[in-house]
Write a protein that binds this ligand. Sequence first.
Ligand SMILES: Nc1nc2c(ncn2[C@@H]2O[C@H](COP(=O)(O)OP(=O)(O)OP(=O)(O)O)[C@@H](O)[C@H]2O)c(=O)[nH]1
Length: 359
Amino acid sequence: MKVALIGVGQAGGKVTERLAQFDANMGYGAVQGALAVNSAKPDLQSLEFVDTQLIGADRVNGHGVGGDNELGAEVMQSDIQEVLGGLDGRITSSADAIVVVAGLGGGTGSGGAPVLVHNLQQIHDIPVYALGVLPGQNEGALYQANAGRSLKTLAREADSTLLIDNDAWHEQGESMDGAFDRINGKIAQRVGLLFASGEAVDGVGESVVDSSEVINTLRSGGISVLGYASEVAAEDASDNLRTTMTVSRQALLTGTSLPDATQADSALLVIAGRPEAIPRKGVEKSRRWLEEETDSMQVRGGDFPLDSDRLGALVLLGGAERSDRLEQFMERAREAQNAEETETDRAEALTDDRLENLF
Ligand SMILES: Nc1nc2c(ncn2[C@@H]2O[C@H](COP(=O)(O)OP(=O)(O)OP(=O)(O)O)[C@@H](O)[C@H]2O)c(=O)[nH]1
């Protein structure tokens, strides 16, 4: 699937850069162009591999919006013509989709991404997807509240919103900051493989996955989730039946970007590895298992030929919003929003008109 990538905000820019680098290093050619947009100049200057565009300079002078996602939305809307102009030539006729990438907890990405998706939808016929990073549980109330509002709007505007929960690939005892680099690497590998599905494949066979399978899986809209797992494989396909089942199960049950999301409207199972090592029977069995597990009649599948001594399973779920984890997150976001409003009420207590001033 050929994509044009636009990262908004700090996390959006960093993840976009990693994705573009992964795609270039692997030689897939799925990433057709990549742009990072931000209201904070230093964040853009730290990116080396993608083109950049500063927004909101007249309002925040290159200093970012400090977690204010309403301001993030405003500066994106004010400078939307510059951003769309900056995309000219990057969204070529060969692009199958546009992907807007953002951390949903901050200000610029959280507020700017939904506005950008909305505007892109007005002018492009190809699907516009969002890749949104949810804040970890330990991040503050402002992050949770921001992410809740941003996600609600993105889910309405984007053709599908692929969610990455920052807690999903966060290891015990690791600081959040230290974890970002590793998490971004995991996102780049998984999402990069998904984009590469159907690209740069020699000797295309019947069972090879095609990019239309990805688009059809995402057609369910709403929230999408991606899982991945791999294991060392035997030389012969006949010895890899169990391995194929194991990696497929692990990809869904322990390896997804939104833990515990298993129910979905549609799913795609991509088995990556040397074609001679992929057992047809194992793939069929894994697909049937995925059908039962996700409770979906729409389970697609295909191979991703890869010169590797491992077998990998990539599972994409479309229409996966009925997840407990998502419900827990939205509850956290609502609580944070209420707490924020109470906090504002307290701040306003001294100016409240219900109590008259002494003079
Ligand atoms: N996975 C991942 N998450 C990140 C990274 N950097 C920040 N985040 C997350 O993104 C959210 C913060 O968003 P940022 O992108 O830093 O903020 P911003 O959009 O630049 O907005 P402002 O700084 O307020 O202008 C938090 O929830 C962080 O957990 C990163 O490199 N990787």
